[in-house]
Ligand binder design. Structure first.
Ligand code: ADP
Ligand code: ZN
Ligand code: ZN
Length: 728
């Protein structure tokens, strides 16, 4: 009796048993269609067994093993199992969640209609010159010629009319249902283009260190100041890996950064097949790219955090750019850290991993100091001096509309020299809140413990957390007074103030509102590069990774709001953010200047920033963390609960804490507390912190605790576990 253990997308940790008479060991990792209750669902076969705890007469059959989609490899499955175990998440939802959505839907897996291929007659027709008035047919035939077989999902991307053109081609006998054929890519023709610049001494040392250890697990931390040429080190490492016939995986925190980096990588490796994986792709593209990675056709995969799960049979290196960035951590569902999983994956595969940043996470830096990571340093900018960083004391130097006279003067000077400036502010919209001077009423969100942000363009009040939107009231809802005024500053307000100050300057605002339209951001980048912009006003989007050669002055407004926060990681994050913002200034010939408006110019964080010494600041923070007993010297997990009422969530957590304490593990279980943002979209949230000095001790506790909590089924609260939480 052969029994298949199948992972299904249900939130339980177990697999499901099915009879699988005609399946074999080759089918491990393959998709299978199985009955579940009254439904049919897609699952993944994890292993075969000869016994089951389910009585034989109740076992159902696997309906079909999907053999025309390549299976997940043993190593891919190993990583997914690790993730499910470490984050205490259902194995089935981890495995299925790692697949492109198309592969999780039965209809998309129907074999008869899934793939189409050219017939002999079709080959002839495709070779002949087709009439130009059938452009879709022409494009479809060309694509068939190039790829030999096409998935219906790909065909649909050619044009809206492509499916009906396909019918026509089938009627003509040019195309017939066929097997998926993987075009055999030229795996060896991928040498770097000749235009690579000669490396600096430090770059050479770094890339030699990596290239000498391609055959084993070595974690590298590349600590390189902004503009020091980290990308060039990545490219050299990838080149060596490609030459060795292996695949490279490059992870970045933001989709917004992929097009640029993709362009750089494509230029360097013009002959290699490069593919991207991120949430901005259509379902069809996601599937295509995933299949290319799985088949080994894609030699370089560039993606955001979800790409850490990409199946890569010949993986030779993983590179994580901006490894400190919080976007590498998924904040819902399976709350995984792509950086941490990347390290695990590299260890499992016995390959090097390269973590790059100007301001590494303290976790990574401590690993480097302790000798667990191999530290590589790029201490100098390429062809440019480090920017001059200074503080403007806003206690003495009063601001108007949020801008100090000194910053405005500096901007005016840059304008006369035809140089670009940027004002960085951490808040979009016009003002963070609308206030009544009559009674002190503040515009708050009814569904969240947050203020509604004033947006002037469409005269609305908007919640940036739940999306709630309301028109700006004419009179105060509290007292009826007309004396309503915006409080604080956002990008729109700074933009408006700058327009008044510099009526002839070309000002461009860049935030999530202005870049929402697809292609808006590439167009904005073009304008900045071609000097069609004098002043940029923007949020975080501007801070990361961009190379603006004509930008020489950066003004930072409102950073103090991030200085005093209850989150113990606040200063680490602010230092990283401001380092990145400062890193935008002066990447060309002129020395850059950074002016930070603050009420606390003597704060240690600003002192460290002015001297631009990451190492000194990091050691200072590490000392504080050690004394306070905080990560990375402690390992934490957060049990999060939410319910319609806070008491319900707190009561659940109190019960969970008692259960946890009764287990007798050596971990510290704190008291349940309301979340920093209690209300979100009408739900109230609370959390319970658990910590231990060793990761393994914490893990043992979590496993036992999680099982108990699941077994108890006690709650009207929804709960989830967040291992190594980044947000509190
Ligand atoms: P980082 O990612 O460390 O901030 P980049 O990789 O963006 O820095 O490099 C900064 C700039 O220096 C880029 O324009 C890059 O093309 C250039 N560059 C990098 N290495 C070299 C080199 N060895 N010679 C000349 N230019 C280089
Ligand atoms: Zn009022
Ligand atoms: Zn809200």
């Amino acid at each position: 009796m052969k029994i298949a253990r199948v992972a299904l997308d249900v939130p339980v940790a177990t697999t499901f048993d099915y009879l699988a008479a005609d399946a074999g060991v080759d089918d491990v990792g393959r998709l299978a269609i199985v009955p579940l209750g009254k439904r049919m669902v897609v699952g993944v076969i994890l292993e075969f067994a000869t016994r089951s705890t389910v009585p034989f007469d109740r076992l159902k059959d696997v309906l079909r093993v999907v053999r025309d989609v390549p299976a997940l490899g043993a190593r891919d499955l190993r990583l997914l199992k690790f993730a499910a175990g470490y984050y205490h998440h259902g194995l089935g939802s981890v495995v299925l969640g790692s697949l492109p959505a198309r592969l999780r839907r039965i209809r998309a897996l129907e074999p008869a209609t899934a793939h189409w291929a050219l017939t002999a007659a079709g080959e002839v027709a495709a070779a002949a010159t087709a009439p130009a008035r059938a452009p879709v047919r022409l494009r479809l035939l060309a694509l068939f010629k190039e790829r030999r077989s096409l998935d219906i999902s790909v065909i649909k991307t050619v044009a809206p009319s492509a499916p009906s053109v396909l019918k026509d081609l089938v009627a003509r006998g040019w195309v017939a249902p066929g097997k998926r054929v993987q075009p055999s890519g030229p795996a060896t023709k991928q040498h770097a283009a000749e235009d690579a610049p000669p490396l600096t001494r430090e770059q050479t040392d770094a890339s030699h260190a990596i290239c000498a250890r391609l055959d084993r697990f070595v974690p590298f931390l590349l600590l390189g100041v902004t503009g020091s040429g980290k990308t060039e080190v990545y490219l050299h490492a990838m080149d060596a890996v490609l030459r060795a016939g292996r695949q490279a995986l490059l992870l970045v925190p933001e989709i917004a950064l992929t097009p640029q980096l993709e362009a750089v990588v494509r230029t360097r490796f013009p002959l290699a097949c490069i593919t991207t994986l991120h949430s901005g792709l259509s379902e069809a593209e996601r599937l295509e790219h995933w299949l290319a990675a799985r088949a080994g056709r894609a030699r370089i995969v560039l993606g955001t955090r979800l790409a850490v799960f990409a199946p890569l049979p010949e993986l030779g290196i993983i590179i994580v750019d901006e490894e400190h960035d919080a976007s590498l951590k998924q904040m819902e569902g399976l709350r995984y850290s792509a950086r941490d999983l990347a390290v695990v994956r590299a260890r499992q595969c016995g390959i090097p991993i390269l973590l790059g940043s100007a301001t590494p996470a303290l976790e990574s830096y401590r690993n480097a100091i302790a000798g667990r990571y191999h530290l590589l340093t790029l201490s100098r900018r390429i062809n440019a001096a480090p920017p001059l960083i200074a503080c403007i004391n806003t206690r003495g130097d009063r601001t108007t509309d949020g801008l100090s006279p000194r910053l405005l003067d500096a901007m005016a000077a840059r304008l006369t020299c035809n140089e670009q400036s940027m004002v960085f502010i951490n808040r979009r919209g016009f003002a963070p809140v609308l206030m009544c001077h009559g009674c002190g009423w503040l515009s708050g969100c009814r569904r969240c413990s947050a203020q509604l942000v004033l947006h002037l363009r469409d005269r609305s009040l908007r919640c940036h957390h739940c999306g709630h939107q309301a028109p700006v009231p004419v009179v105060c809802p509290g007292c009826g007074s007309h004396d309503l005024a915006p409080l604080g500053h956002g990008t729109q307000r700074i933009e408006a103030a700058l327009m008044q100050h510099f009526p002839h300057a070309r000002i461009l605002r860049i935030d999530r509102d202005s870049t929402r339209r697809k292609l808006a951001w590439p167009e904005m980048r073009r304008r900045i590069h071609e000097r069609e912009v004098d002043i940029l006003v923007g949020t975080q989007i501007l801070a990361k990774g961009h190379d603006f050669p004509h930008l020489n002055l950066v003004g930072v407004v409102n950073a103090d709001s991030l200085l005093y926060s209850t989150d113990f990681r606040a200063s680490e994050r602010l230092f990283a953010l401001l380092t990145q913002v400062a890193g935008r200034a002066g990447r060309g010939e002129t020395q850059g200047e950074v002016l930070i408006q603050t009420d606390f110019p003597d704060h240690p964080l600003y002192t460290a920033l002015r001297s631009q010494d990451y190492a000194v600041f990091a050691r200072h923070l590490l000392d504080e963390r050690r004394q306070a007993g905080l990560p990375p010297f402690m390992h934490q997990a957060l049990l999060r609960a939410e319910a319609s009422r806070l008491e319900t969530a707190l009561a659940f957590l109190a019960r969970a804490a008692r259960i946890g304490k009764s287990l007798g593990h050596r971990v510290t279980i704190y008291d349940p507390v309301p979340a920093a943002m209690v209300r979100l979209a009408g739900r109230e949230r609370a959390q319970l912190l658990v910590q231990a000095e060793s990761r393994s001790r914490l893990q043992e506790f979590l496993a036992a605790w999680h099982d108990k909590l699941v077994a108890e089924r006690l709650s009207r609260a929804r709960w989830s576990l967040d291992v190594d939480p980044l947000a509190f």
